[in-house]
Design a protein around this ligand. Structure first.
Ligand code: NAD
Ligand code: ZN
Length: 254
């Protein structure tokens, strides 16, 4: 049976507003409208830098200076980006007591910039640099200012504290994300192709515990036909804004 788009948004708003126990899982797609290109349907800087060639730990260990040509451009794109209505809307949902937390695969810091307080950065961030030889850590800005590639006092080239392909998600982060995934009544999956492990297990974990899976993506993904209950086929900013309007109608004013 074909679902009317407005019906889907309303049902999703009810699932979020009625139980007030939702978690969001976000991917690169939520930041596209902030001017940061996603991997899939590669645009912008990813035409120049194939992520499989540049964003792997193997590539970094082999030639960190080369990987830094990509990283410095990425950090630059991030520094010029601002949160869009989707990031801001999720922060509002948290303030309204509807959303418990955001699990993000992004490393751009835009959820925090939007005012979200509980953010689990599944793949780390670029705020901090770490030395793989002596484990010293530095704030990115300060070291990058001294030149690219940024170096440790021991002489080694530093790595941003993010999870490259081929690296493990820190155990504590994984545990924390899984606990959120297990204990929510609704999971809002926004702008992820759900192909990167182990992040792609999060929706399965929530689903197994009986959560409603709401997907926001202009395209279909691997989740859409398998475990998604409600697919809002719009861009992140449009869908989150519409959801918020509906939730405000359902919830009593606080
Ligand atoms: P992905 O690139 O594999 O998929 C992006 C998804 O977003 C696609 O399904 C696409 O249809 C959807 N999308 C595109 N525009 C959208 C919009 N306006 N609104 C909603 N959805 C939209 O992204 P992924 O699944 O997150 O996996 C890529 C990996 O690379 C992740 O680890 C990701 O964090 C990282 N990455 C991060 C950034 C960032 O930090 N902003 C940018 C690129 C890649
Ligand atoms: Zn060092």
């Amino acid at each position: 049976m074909a679902h009317h788009p407005d019906r889907i948004v309303r049902e999703a708003a009810e699932a979020l507003g009625a139980r007030r126990n939702a978690v969001a899982l976000t991917g690169a797609g939520i930041s596209v409208e902030s001017g940061i290109p996603a991997f899939r349907g590669a645009q912008g800087m990813w035409e120049k830098y194939d992520p499989m060639e540049y964003a792997t730990i193997g590539a970094f260990l082999k030639d960190p200076a080369r990987v830094w040509t990509m990283l410095s451009e990425m950090v630059d794109v991030f520094s010029r980006a601002a949160p869009n209505p989707a990031h801001l809307g999720l922060a509002d949902m948290e303030k309204m007591g509807v959303l418990r937390s955001v699990i993000t695969q992004n490393v751009d810091g835009l959820h925090q910039a939007a005012g979200s307080r509980k953010v689990i950065e599944f793949h780390g961030n670029t705020e901090e640099l770490v030395c793989l030889a002596c484990f010293r850590r530095y704030p990115s800005r300060e070291r990058i200012r001294e030149g690219i590639p940024p170096k440790c006092e021991c002489g080694k080239i530093l790595k941003p504290n993010l999870v490259l392909f081929g690296e493990k998600v820190p155990w504590v982060t994984q545990e924390e994300a899984e606990a959120e995934a297990e204990n929510c009544a609704a999971l809002l999956v926004i702008g992820t192709s759900a192909q990167v492990t182990p992040a792609c297990d999060i929706p399965l974990i929530s689903r197994r515990k009986g959560a409603v899976i709401i997907e926001i993506n202009p395209e279909e993904t691997f989740l859409t036909r398998t475990i998604t209950d409600l697919h809002i086929r719009e861009s992140a900013s449009v869908a989150v804004s519409r959801l918020l309007e509906e939730i405000r109608e359902i919830l009593p004013p606080s």
